[in-house]
Design a protein around this ligand. Structure first.
Ligand SMILES: C[S@@+](CC[C@H](N)C(=O)[O-])C[C@H]1O[C@@H](n2cnc3c(N)ncnc32)[C@H](O)[C@@H]1O
Length: 208
């Protein structure tokens, strides 16, 4: 059972614009600015491949996702996307930039590092990870129950069983990002940026 957000690409994109407001455009523009002309980009969990539209024409974009409806829609628009599983190494192929946006909280906590490891391995130059954490104070707040029910309803993508408690808090997310989720070596250069409710970290393998 999927939430309406994951049933159709138009509903998903409109929903994201309404939920993120101005941040929707700012976060994709921020990430796209790291990609150079003529590079390759891989997006695991690409959804309807919104990011592709923010990239220069010379960039070779590839994406994969578990949602067949998103993939069919993006493929019909001429985008290079296929069905794939972020937890299966066979879905990955090397790219200059690997970009993972809003995917980690869809995975069980015990599988997240595996996904990050596959992304890091596939990235030739940069790995960009964008995630939204839940408020640090959400555990006991008056809106806790509403937030929990809303999150667990809206984040059902058809493959997962989301639990609000399993979404990292903003503080925990920043901490994990800064230590490379215990996957990216601690000596790796990184840049972290808060864009609205999102935290975006970019890890570099040497060249920015
Ligand atoms: C919030 S959407 C993000 C989509 C896209 N990255 C974006 O920025 O709009 C999360 C996506 O992750 C996909 N997903 C979740 N688990 C996955 C898995 N194991 N393998 C591939 N895709 C997965 C879902 O189908 C969904 O399209």
């Amino acid at each position: 059972m999927k939430s309406p957000l994951y049933s159709n690409s138009y509903i998903y994109t409109l929903g994201l614009i309404l939920l993120h407001k101005g941040t929707f455009f700012r976060r994709y523009r921020h990430m796209a600015a790291y990609v150079h002309d003529n590079e390759s980009v891989l997006e695991p969990g690409c959804g309807p491949a919104i990011f592709a539209k923010f990239l220069p024409k010379s960039v070779a974009y590839r994406g994969f996702d578990a949602n067949g409806s998103f993939i069919d829609h993006a493929a019909q628009k001429g985008l290079n996307v296929v069905l794939g599983n972020a937890l299966d190494p066979a879905s990955y192929s090397p790219a200059d930039v690997v970009m993972l946006c809003d995917v980690l909280h869809h995975l069980p906590p015990s599988e997240r590092q595996k996904c990050i490891a596959f992304c890091w391995q596939a990235a030739k130059r940069l790995l960009i990870i964008c995630e939204e954490g839940r408020p640090d104070s959400s555990a006991g707040g008056p809106f806790y129950w509403i937030n929990k029910k809303w999150c667990e309803f809206i984040e059902k993508d058809g493959t997962n069983n989301p639990k609000f408690e399993e979404v990292w808090t903003k503080g925990a997310l920043r901490e994990y990002m800064e230590k490379g989720f215990d996957v990216v070596p601690s000596s790796t250069q990184n840049k972290i940026k808060e864009v609205g409710e999102d935290l975006i970290i970019t890890y570099s393998k040497g060249r920015w």
